[in-house]
Design a protein around this ligand. Sequence first.
Ligand SMILES: NC(=O)c1ccc[n+]([C@@H]2O[C@H](COP(=O)([O-])OP(=O)(O)OC[C@H]3O[C@@H](n4cnc5c(N)ncnc54)[C@H](O)[C@@H]3O)[C@@H](O)[C@H]2O)c1
Length: 310
Amino acid sequence: MRVLVTGGAGFIGSNIVFELVEKGFETYVVDSMHTGNEKNLEGVMDSVRLFKCGAGEIPSLSLPKVDFVLHYGIYSSSPMYKEDRRRVAEAIGDAITVFEFAKDCGSRVILCSTSSLYNGLPTPWREDAVPLVTDFYTEARIAIERLAELYHKLYGLNVITLRHFSIYGPKEEYKGQYANNITQFLWCMMKDKPPVIFGDGNQTRDFVYVKDAVEAAMRAMEKDIEYDVFNVGTGKDTSFNKIVEILNRKLGKNIKPKYVPNPIKNYVYKTQADPTKAEKILGFRAKTTLEEGIDKTIQYYKQLEWIPDV
Ligand SMILES: NC(=O)c1ccc[n+]([C@@H]2O[C@H](COP(=O)([O-])OP(=O)(O)OC[C@H]3O[C@@H](n4cnc5c(N)ncnc54)[C@H](O)[C@@H]3O)[C@@H](O)[C@H]2O)c1
């Protein structure tokens, strides 16, 4: 079976590519290398065909027909869209190119989306919630999700959308300042620097270990579902203060965070998935506990020669 992964040289994408290669898929990667890096694919490069270009260039690549398209190659963080608001249009245009390619191939699509589109709504967040207008990043994702549904309704495109919560773990180093809070706190504390926290540290996130996000994608590929949307979260939220406490304990340190006034207008104070639908229909449940996930993350970054300054 053939699969195309956009964003496959990025954090989540490269973790998925390793799993696909392990499972014997003929794997193609399209990545603009904006936050991706070939080094994330070290160890599988012989088994993967990598195209270093944006998803919008797919029609010019003479790719073979694929069975699955996993679309993860989208600007991955809210500040990226604030820096250049036209990226909203670029992300939507790329998604249309990806859906056209999948339609022409007759391939199924796993569409990566985000829990950020629930921002401002009361938790826990369910898939049928109606998003508020909060952010450029989320406007792009909402439009892309709706277009996926339209391609399904008009052309029978099979799409499973996965709304990821706060993912952390190995291979995040090339995201630098855009990496998950757990990972950035860890990088600081490994260098004996205080992690910087906006506000009082009581804000919470539903943290998901990256291997569980990979598992969600694998489940989505296995299921014969024509169109649906699922949360990829644990259902539990943890405060930034608690994360720093866990990291101190595991690193054998006693570093106090540096609390600074929150400069972000549309800041999110709490995220928490309702994982019920994903468990029931997709058969997906995040298995990795926060303690296990943080242990594995520490192990990974300790063996790297270099970790980013954030
Ligand atoms: N990490 C999280 O907590 C999280 C949460 C929710 C959603 N997501 C989504 O998951 C996806 C992957 O994010 P990630 O966390 O792995 O970060 P990432 O930045 O490492 O991954 C994005 C990858 O896509 C590539 N890319 C960006 N624009 C592209 C384009 N136009 N064409 C082709 N490739 C492009 C980047 O170079 C990078 O390799 C993103 O869509 C992101 O929005 C991530």
